[in-house]
Design a protein around this ligand. Structure first.
Ligand code: APR
Length: 255
């Protein structure tokens, strides 16, 4: 099956790749809906502006925890394989739901449908900052949270105007960035070969991208550790870890 999907990818006129959090679990970042996923430990409702207003302690700790790990994480062999395939002309567009920036750090480009956790911005004046701005200066804040002593500090306020800071991710209930969504939909409709990697396809409108590709007659490959609602439409289905499958395909296409 690897030889077959590599041959189809190599000869595709407009190959498009669509990734989710399962792309980055092998870099040590948790996904959302698998057994170890973030939404198994916390409610999805935490990723909302209402949560920022209603329970700022939980909201800020959740994003500080993710930001700290994001900057410690490194791209894995899957990110490297996709960057190499793109550099060789075998990825016309990479669309990601991920906010970790690992595709870009591997040397690739990505259409970020759900924003980015690499930066934060001020709710009052709009000033933007590296997301490490949101990390407490003092160590021990994770232990303080576990001991019930955690309180968001000055790191959660804008150095310029003192307003509240927010991560530049798309929160539930917010619209996707218009330009990113238009480009993702355009590329998906133009695809003749579409690869879904590491996504449950549970969240719309991002999960419409593979559907747009199928409507245009594209052949679909799914590389995902668990089932998705489009598995039955996939010409190739890999129930396996993304990094290994992508590295093996890269080997067959560009050596
Ligand atoms: N290789 C292949 N698949 C994997 C791997 C791996 N190493 N690790 C996890 N997976 C699979 C999981 O089994 C799961 O089916 O990746 C999928 C990840 O699905 P989700 O956790 O739902 O993540 P994602 O599809 O990206 O979620 C979409 O939901 O909460 C929002 O904004 C958030 O962008 C996110 C969106």
């Amino acid at each position: 099956m690897l030889d077959d999907v590599a041959a189809a990818w190599r000869t595709a006129r407009h190959p498009v790749v669509f990734t989710g959090a399962g792309m980055s679990t092998e870099s040590g970042l948790p996904d959302f809906r698998s057994a170890q996923g973030l939404w198994k430990q916390r409610p999805e409702s935490l990723a909302t502006m209402a949560a920022l207003r209603r329970e700022p302690d939980e909201f800020y700790f959740f994003y500080q925890w993710r930001i700290a790990r994001l900057w410690e994480a490194a791209p894995n062999a899957g990110h490297a394989a996709l960057a190499a395939l793109a550099a060789a002309g075998f990825v016309k567009r990479l669309i990601t739901q991920n906010v970790d920036g690992l595709h870009q750090r591997a040397g690739g480009e990505a259409v970020e449908l759900h924003g980015t956790l690499r930066t934060v911005s001020c709710l009052r004046c709009g000033a933007g900052y590296d997301s490490r701005t949101l990390l407490p200066a003092e160590p021990g804040w994770e232990e303080a949270y576990r001991a019930g002593r955690y309180r968001p500090g000055r790191e959660c306020t804008c150095p310029h105007c003192g307003g509240g800071l927010r991560p530049d991710v798309v929160l539930f209930g917010e619209s996707l960035p218009g330009a990113a969504w238009e480009e993702a939909a355009r590329a998906s409709r133009a695809a003749d070969f579409f690869v879904v990697v590491g996504s449950s396809l549970a969240v719309g409108p991002a999960n419409l991208c593979p559907a747009f590709a199928l409507e245009s007659g594209a052949r679909l490959a799914v590389i995902n550790a668990e089932d998705t609602h489009l598995d039955g439409r996939a010409a190739w289905l890999f129930r396996d870890k993304a990094a290994g499958v992508l590295a093996a395909i890269r080997e067959r296409i560009i050596g």
